[in-house]
Design a protein around this ligand. Structure first.
Ligand SMILES: Nc1ncnc2c1ncn2[C@@H]1O[C@H](COP(=O)(O)OP(=O)(O)OP(=O)(O)O)[C@@H](O)[C@H]1O
Ligand SMILES: [Mg+2]
Length: 282
């Protein structure tokens, strides 16, 4: 409650007579409470309460409520994953569509590293300041990266909306069941070869047409759905202008070749580089 009162005053309530301001304030306060309760109700079958507490502070609840009012989210379900920086939840959207809601934790330990990724990116270079501002810029960055990847033809979850530290995207998988990560699937030799080729192609078009380097590409950040690889987790992806872009690209290529080489005996770094060269000309 304190939070709201303080901001209510800051927003200019001091100019109106005290009595009116109080009435207006308590009205808004009641509405605020109702919104929070509604959102809490929507977060029904979330299994891990501790996880909830960590991300569902009042602000997050308000932002979720705003997304719900816009019709982006109809209900929020259980946790899909609790990563280093973000928690992913199932949700339902318009027409019962299955969604994944990624909520970046404001108190992430990686906040310093995040700043470095943002600094070299001409789109976000001037972001400084509070943890919150950095995390919000990071969320926006992931949203924009996913959109750009999709535009140039890389298979990624469609990014639907973002608000503050919350990113709403399409759920990759079968209904509410998220697709497995590449590390957890066992592909047939032919499938493995095709998957490698496809991902190498994605690295190339992302770089050549999207002007982006994924920068954390690995068997953890590639899902496998309906016989196809889907690239996820693009918060850290940087534009080619970033001073580290080249070495991030090298690392992505090496992770990709290592995984497919070790597990399936297919693919090579050179094969990915060849695709990138071909993509430059084509
Ligand atoms: N759109 C999606 N559809 C289905 N599953 C998803 C989606 N986005 C994320 N996931 C699942 O949640 C996990 C974590 O997501 P992501 O990699 O984007 O977050 P992260 O904060 O980087 O987590 P980590 O630190 O574990 O890498 C993914 O590995 C995947 O299993
Ligand atoms: Mg990840």
């Amino acid at each position: 409650m304190e939070v709201y009162r303080a901001s209510g005053r800051l927003l200019g309530a001091k100019r109106v007579p005290q009595k009116v301001a109080m009435t207006e304030e308590s009205k808004r306060e009641r509405q605020f409470e109702a919104k929070i309760d509604l959102m809490r109700e929507r977060i029904k079958d979330s299994d891990d309460l501790k996880v909830q507490d960590e991300v569902f502070d009042r602000r997050a609840l308000m932002d979720l409520y705003a997304l719900a009012s816009k019709g982006v989210i109809a209900s929020l379900g259980g946790a899909v994953s609790t990563g280093k920086e973000a928690n992913i939840f199932r949700a339902k959207g318009e027409n019962d569509k299955d969604l994944a809601v990624k909520i970046y934790r404001i108190n992430t330990s990686n906040f310093k590293a995040m700043q470095n990724y943002l600094l070299g990116d001409p789109r976000f270079g001037s972001i400084k300041g509070t943890k919150r501002a950095v995390i919000i810029a990071w969320t926006r960055k992931e949203f924009r990266n996913l959109r750009r990847a999709e535009e140039v033809g890389v298979k990624v979850p469609h990014a639907i909306a973002m608000r503050e530290n919350i990113l709403v995207m399409e759920m990759v998988g079968d209904g509410e069941t998220p697709a497995p990560q590449l590390k957890d699937v066992a592909l047939e030799p032919k499938e493995a070869e095709l998957a490698f080729e496809k991902i190498a192609e994605y690295v190339s078009i992302l770089y050549n047409k999207g002007n982006l380097v994924h920068a954390d590409l690995s068997e953890f950040n590639i899902l496998y759905a309906e016989g196809e690889p889907v690239i996820i987790d693009m918060g850290q992806s940087v534009t080619r202008e970033h001073p580290m872009a080249r070495s991030f690209l090298e690392r992505d290529i090496s992770n990709l070749a290592r995984h497919f080489g070790k597990k399936y005996g297919v693919g090579s770094e050179e094969a990915v580089k060849e695709k990138i060269r071909a993509g430059k000309e084509g």
